[in-house]
Design a protein around this ligand. Structure first.
Ligand SMILES: Cc1cc2nc3c(=O)[nH]c(=O)nc-3n(C[C@H](O)[C@H](O)[C@H](O)COP(=O)(O)OP(=O)(O)OC[C@H]3O[C@@H](n4cnc5c(N)ncnc54)[C@H](O)[C@@H]3O)c2cc1C
Length: 408
């Protein structure tokens, strides 16, 4: 394979992982071209929770101050059931007094990454839906739907998200079943400060079929999530907002102002998720990262953070290796343990929060609250929330400043 000097790199997908990897690699001197199917790349608008892991990657891109200005500091996770019994109560401060997460609007995060990408030497080609990547084991060419061919590239990074079509074409052994549950989400003003006092990601749960979440995302806004079966989320399926309003008000009366606002505005986004498992990270010079490689349900709030870590790890592996094959092997060694853990843990936990299995809801309500209070288990759950786990029995630690130390 090519010795790692200056590489010609193609990146498919201008999302969170794609923009971060393109910027890191362009800054390192590689010649990078990003392909995005949309003419105007942009996120669908709701919020996400950045963990100490993702925040460290954004600082490495010199976006730390800006992201902090735009987002809302989150001190932990608080989940209650419909009887107001504690199901989840975790605090980043248990790991380090200065540790926190950050709720942020996707549009704000996207805008920061996009502006940073445009300041780099990476070239962006929009309106280019890539339908094929051809390679001879050494170099790869991408083929756009409209017919154009681009390349050859020494490395093509596929970051086209959880519903990746290229994954099916290039890795037929990959599995990516749709979860039977997804959600609707909307961003609304934080009337009454219900979502920001306390500064937590809050959840209310009734059994395994009803779940509402509130995530403060800065700028006086909060993102509201509501769980629904995937069948109800299919395009064209009407969503009965009046029935939703009544149900939500019963579950969480204190959030009435937010619920009324969301019901009135009616601009919910639908989201479905996939549980992605790849047999390996790359097929010759074609590497999968982000949700395309390891999408899962957002129950643990890690997807964007894992994609940012992939981007940073690839840039470091290329810098530390003499040839591309060695770099990709190093990348795989570094990323596999934590990615495997988070995919397994999300998959295992999701039915306790979203399923038609009421017994799992009862077990969750009986066991998780006490587990949050038991010292060893509490640490395991908090390190999981913070994105620090490398496996069921091993974890990274925050540094002396309460930040995630990136591997160089
Ligand atoms: C409801 C919900 C809540 C979530 N909450 C959190 C959270 O709190 N914290 C967290 O870390 N994560 C969260 N996530 C997960 C997070 O959104 C994803 O992990 C993250 O967006 C994945 O980034 P990505 O760059 O891999 O893919 P994406 O952001 O999906 O980007 C893929 C890009 O590729 C483009 N593309 C697709 N196909 C092609 C093609 N063929 N050719 C060219 N371009 C293409 C798309 O247009 C898009 O721009 C949540 C997800 C959901 C659904």
């Amino acid at each position: 394979m090519t010795s790692v000097g200056t590489l010609e790199v193609g990146v498919v997908g201008c999302g969170i992982a794609g923009q971060a990897v393109a910027t890191f690699l362009a800054d390192a001197g590689h010649r990078v071209t990003v392909f995005e199917r949309f003419t105007e790349p942009g996120p669908s608008g709701a919020g996400l929770l950045l963990q100490p892991t993702g925040l460290s990657v954004l600082r490495r891109l010199d976006l730390g101050d800006q992201v902090e200005r735009l987002g809302a500091r989150i001190d932990g996770l608080l989940g209650l059931n419909h009887l107001k019994h504690v199901v989840l109560d975790l605090a980043y401060a248990d790991l380090h007094e200065a540790a926190y997460g950050l709720g942020i609007h996707r549009g704000a995060l996207f805008g920061l990454l996009h502006e940073r990408l445009q300041r780099s030497t990476a070239r962006l080609v929009t309106g280019a839906e890539i339908v094929e990547v051809e390679h001879d084991g050494r170099r790869a060419t991408v083929v756009a739907k409209a017919g154009g061919r681009h390349g050859p590239f020494d490395l093509v990074v596929v970051a086209d998200g959880a519903h990746s079509r290229l994954r099916e074409r290039l890795m037929p052994k990959a599995r990516a079943p749709l979860y039977p549950w997804g959600c609707i989400w909307a961003t609304v003003p934080d009337a009454g400060k219900i979502a920001t006092a306390p500064a937590m990601l809050q959840q209310r749960l009734r059994g395994t079929t009803t779940m509402m979440g509130l995530l403060p995302i800065g700028q006086g806004l909060v993102t509201l999530f509501w769980s629904l079966p995937s069948a109800a989320l299919e395009p064209g399926q009407p969503i009965d907002l009046e029935a939703w309003r009544m149900d939500a008000l019963t579950l969480w009366p204190e959030a009435a102002a937010l619920i009324e606002h969301a019901a009135g505005a009616g601009n919910f986004t639908r989201a479905t998720y996939r549980q992605v498992t790849l047999p390996r990270w790359n097929e010759g010079p074609v590497l999968f990262i982000g949700d395309a490689a390891h999408g899962t349900s957002p129950q643990l709030g890690q997807g964007a953070n894992l994609g940012l870590l992939d981007a940073h790890a690839l840039s470091r592996a290329l810098a530390a290796s003499d040839d591309l094959a060695a770099a990709l092997a190093l990348f795989a060694r570094r990323r596999t343990p934590s990615v495997r853990f988070y995919c397994q843990a999300s998959h295992l936990l999701t039915p306790f929060f979203q399923s038609h299995q009421p017994l799992l809801g009862l077990a969750r309500d009986a066991l998780l609250g006490p587990a949050c209070a038991a010292p060893g288990l509490r640490t395991m759950m908090t390190t999981t929330l913070a994105g620090l786990r490398r496996g069921w029995f091993s974890t990274d630690e925050l540094d002396a400043e309460g930040r995630y130390p990136l591997e160089d």
